[in-house]
Design a binder for this molecule. Structure first.
Ligand SMILES: NC(=O)c1ccc[n+]([C@@H]2O[C@H](COP(=O)([O-])OP(=O)(O)OC[C@H]3O[C@@H](n4cnc5c(N)ncnc54)[C@H](O)[C@@H]3O)[C@@H](O)[C@H]2O)c1
Ligand SMILES: [Zn+2]
Length: 457
């Protein structure tokens, strides 16, 4: 059975660009239907419209589509024309041969800019508004896509099964069980939980790769939260000195944070994430359908990082792609954490990590980040960097997402200081750079002296 991937959407929604990149990232063939029509007819599409009319063009288009589907051997990504599926027969043909993904239409200004820049080549002009109900009738969507450090990131829904295809994958055990009827069988599963983010689990993955005969040119995928992504990415980075991998994050935290930026690794008894490598996946597929099965506490952990991103990049970032854009911008500026720009992502984390550690990891990362963010906002006020009302405003946002904002009973600021001094990110003895939240869209790198309490340098 064929399992083609069709990209559809309004003219100028980016189907051809994404199709080419997706084909490359998946190691699949790529066909652009319009280009195929031009090649077969030997004349540009506006000429076909002008001399033969739209109806004749649609007939040619339908024939070409059928031929492309018949000729496809192996994995193929097909970018359709902006009106190809107006004919029900074409739609049925595509849905039989694979999965159709409709790209969200960019906002009017962006669309006008793109159509303007391609004037002449798009005889139908801006059809997006007129055909909005048609485009909305496609259940599988691509909401956004972009490049980041050699990774192609695609955000949408209904994506996992089609894009996973026959790629061997490592899955979180809980996810594998929940999705056993929709996804193929994984190569290996990782038992749920941070306690399994160990060198022993990485070694287990190497053995699974060996048994499956994964070679230098093979690709492996990860389907799970941050733990699965970090471990699988690290196993891929070290298998035969580095093979390609694809990440399918299944938690909100992994979608907006852990799946991009290239960090992979595992924990040691001596500390979290001590062994690892920068190894960006060639493709990150953020399929929001996975969020439907996420327990509320795990969802809240992701919300904590989203609110942190709002402190860095400003309010109005409820959509995953908009929220992720904050991290993406900083990673682009500072891919390997060299210039300090990326350090802003550490907002709330200097205190948060200390809280996590002192609780013996009983407090989840997201909860600790929420507590850390609010405590660091109070520091910002103390240092004269933020208005007095800011910490309460910030705290209210975390509370609304079901997150704690106060240090747990019995824990004081004085308990945190020695733990923070031992933070692996310290630059010099006793001096640590905090990323202090000072307002929405205002996080500042501030050097802090931890030798006696917490004081600005
Ligand atoms: N690489 C990075 O840049 C980066 C950034 C932030 C965090 N991290 C790492 O990410 C990890 C935390 O990630 P996480 O919060 O995703 O943890 P996780 O991977 O442990 O997942 C949390 C829980 O959710 C379950 N789960 C996952 N997807 C599910 C789904 N769709 N439905 C139901 N249950 C599901 C898992 O089984 C697990 O119990 C930490 O190890 C952290 O160090 C890495
Ligand atoms: Zn975090």
């Amino acid at each position: 059975m064929k399992n083609l991937i069709f990209l559809y959407g309004a003219p100028a929604s980016g189907k051809t660009t994404l199709g080419r990149k997706l084909g490359a990232a998946l190691g699949a063939a790529f066909v652009d239907l319009d280009a195929e029509i031009v090649a077969r007819e030997g004349r540009p599409i506006p000429d076909i419209f002008a001399t033969d009319g739209e109806r004749a063009f649609r007939d040619i288009e339908a024939r070409t589509l059928a031929a492309v589907i018949d000729a496809a051997a192996g994995r193929t990504v097909v970018s359709l024309g902006g009106g190809t599926l107006l004919r029900d027969a074409n739609r049925a043909r595509c849905e039989r041969a694979g999965t159709v993904f409709c790209l969200d239409t960019p906002d009017e200004a962006e669309l006008a800019r793109r159509i303007g820049s391609a004037a002449g080549s798009r005889p139908l002009g801006n059809k997006a508004r007129e055909r909005a109900p048609h485009y909305a009738s496609f259940p599988n969507r691509v909401a956004a896509s972009f490049d980041l450090d050699g990774s192609l990131v695609v955000v949408g829904n209904g994506l996992a099964r089609a894009l996973l295809g026959a790629t061997p994958f490592v899955a979180d055990g809980t996810v594998a069980e929940l999705y056993k009827d929709t996804l193929p069988a994984p190569l290996a599963t990782i038992p749920s939980g941070e306690v399994h983010k160990t060198p022993a689990t990485v070694a287990g993955l190497w053995h699974a790769f060996a048994r499956a005969g994964l070679g230098r040119r093979d690709t492996v995928a990860a389907v799970g939260g941050g733990v699965t992504g970090d471990l699988t990415g690290f196993a891929a980075a070290t298998w035969m000195r580095g093979i390609d991998w694809i990440n399918f994050p299944t938690t909100l935290l992994a979608m907006v944070d852990a799946s991009t930026g290239g960090k992979t690794g595992c924990d040691l008894p001596e500390g979290k994430n001590l062994a690892g490598a920068f190894h960006s996946p060639k493709l990150v597929v953020i399929d929001t359908d996975f969020l439907k099965t996420l327990p509320p506490d795990v969802l809240a952990d992701g919300r904590a990082e989203m609110i942190k991103h709002e402190a860095i990049g400003g309010r109005g970032r409820e959509k995953i792609a908009d929220n992720l854009a904050v991290k993406v911008a900083l990673v682009r500026e500072d891919p390997f954490e060299k210039t300090g720009r990326r350090l802003l992502l550490n907002c709330g984390h200097t205190i948060g990590h200390a809280v996590e550690k002192l609780s013996g990891y009983a407090i989840s990362h997201g909860s600790a980040v929420a507590i850390g963010c609010v405590a660091e906002a109070r520091l910002a006020v103390r240092f004269g960097l933020a208005p007095a009302g800011w910490p309460d405003e910030f705290a209210a946002r975390f509370r609304a997402a079901g997150l704690p904002t106060e240090l747990p009973e019995g824990l004081t600021e004085a308990d945190l200081v020695p733990v923070m001094r031992g933070d692996k990110k310290k630059a010099a003895l006793g001096v640590v750079t905090f990323a202090l939240p000072c307002g929405w869209g205002d996080v500042r790198a501030v050097r802090v002296d931890l030798m006696e309490g917490i004081r600005p340098c």
